[in-house]
Design a protein around this ligand. Structure first.
Ligand SMILES: [Zn+2]
Length: 414
């Protein structure tokens, strides 16, 4: 059995800004079924503790992942057939180069998370139970002693915590990551208990927060740029706080700003007036809708009058008509209007609706016509469906039906 490999020396522990380093290849290994390279030392951060792995190149070969095994060896995972036998031969000295933008974002997100976790503890008495720094979204899950009531932390308190975190950013305090000796460690006011028993690394943000952590952090709080809470939701009996910081928070805010300015251009106002402009539009829309409703009623009344006059002139007992536009609403309005104007009348109406034809039958108070039976029969003859009460019934037919002749067939004695 081969001797276990020495744990990889982690260069990012001392200098998170070290983005280019030289190291020796000590082994060709595998991780998750993929070929990997183990070095004597590495500045690459392997995925752990809710923080994503670094990206970058080893001997100019792009890494697909960086992971750590139980022995503390960092695996630089290569694409399949990634040239291990040539530039990455065992014993070779190679250059590792870390993707700056991704590392820098992770540093800001991670340090921002420490700040916000402490601020949530200070402002809401909420303890962080887990945190996740994802590719697009970062979350902190917190619980409070009184969470049993099923409430999330209120917006005001969250805003206070966000403000407190940003005060620490503005104050530009030193962020120190180090390995205290056991005596020193025992005296530290740690926010949470360490997950390892030996070699505990702590991250201290001024005297605001001290937490055990193995991640990559900023070295001064102003490097975080800003901390932004973008959402709060209930989660497993506690509260999930969605946040971002650094360049990611800036990009999100710029993107929102662009949307807002686009809206302002469309509404021909300033960005700060978009809310008022939308309120005005909403009010305009409401009054237009109400005016349209009144016009429709008047239109229906006129139409009903005309149809009754035409039926009377032709000596017909029933008003039969079909409308190419106006839909179901016009159908109902005119039908109701006809039978309330002339209580002995029956209105048998149809209107084109998207992809078909809506039909309705109404009878006046003095009529004994059975609207439900009529619509049922018309629907059966026309290949549609429908039914209803004796005084009002509705149905739907295919668009191809010719309404007056179908009415004639449906009224004919069977
Ligand atoms: Zn950390």
């Amino acid at each position: 059995m081969p001797a276990p490999m020495q744990p990889t020396q982690r260069l990012y522990y001392d200098d998170p800004f070290l983005l280019r380093f030289e190291a020796a290849v000590v082994a060709h290994a595998g991780n998750g079924g993929r070929p990997s390279i183990v070095l004597d030392r590495s500045a690459f951060y392997p995925e752990a503790g809710g923080q994503m792995a670094d990206a970058g190149t080893l001997a100019e070969i792009g890494l697909v992942d960086v992971q750590v095994d139980d022995d503390g060896c960092v695996h630089h995972v290569l694409p399949d057939g990634g040239g291990r036998e040539t530039s990455l031969a065992i014993g070779a000295r190679v250059i590792g180069a870390i993707d700056r933008s991704r590392r820098r974002t992770n540093m800001a997100l991670h340090t921002g998370q420490h700040l916000l976790s402490r601020a949530l503890l200070e402002c809401a008495g909420a303890e962080t139970v887990s945190s996740r720094l994802g590719e697009t979204t970062c979350t902190i899950d917190v619980v409070r002693a009184d969470d049993a009531a099923g409430r999330t932390i209120d917006e005001r308190t969250i805003a206070d915590a966000e403000t407190l975190a940003n005060q620490l950013v503005d104050d530009d305090v030193v962020v120190r990551a180090y390995f205290p000796d056991p005596v020193e460690l025992a005296a530290l006011p740690l926010r949470r208990a360490p997950k390892v028993e030996t070699q505990v690394r702590v991250v201290a943000i001024g005297d605001f927060d001290v937490s055990p952590c193995g991640g990559t952090h900023c070295t001064r709080s102003a490097q975080i740029g800003l901390v932004r809470v973008s959402g709060v939701e209930r989660h497993k009996g506690g509260t999930r706080v969605v946040f971002s910081s650094g360049s990611r928070a800036r990009r999100e805010l710029w993107s929102h700003d662009e949307t807002l300015r686009g809206l302002a251009r469309t509404l021909t106002c300033g960005p700060a007036d978009v809310g008022n402009a939308l309120d005005r539009l909403r009010r305009d829309l409401e009054s237009t809708r109400s005016a349209l409703g009144i016009s429709r009623i008047r239109h229906g009344e006129l139409l009903a009058k005309e149809l009754i006059a035409a039926a009377s002139a032709a000596g017909l007992a029933h008003v039969v008509a079909s409308f190419p536009e106006g839909g179901l609403e016009l159908l109902r309005t005119v039908g109701a209007r006809i039978v309330s104007t002339d209580e002995s009348r029956v209105a048998l109406l149809a209107a084109d609706v998207d992809g078909g034809m809506a039909i309705a039958a109404d009878r006046g108070a003095k009529s004994t016509f059975d609207c439900g039976a009529f619509i049922k029969r018309a629907a059966a003859l026309g290949g549609g469906r429908g039914g209803g009460r004796p005084d009002h019934a509705e149905g739907r037919l295919p668009a191809s039906v010719e309404w007056p002749s179908l009415v004639a067939r449906a009224l004919a004695p069977s």
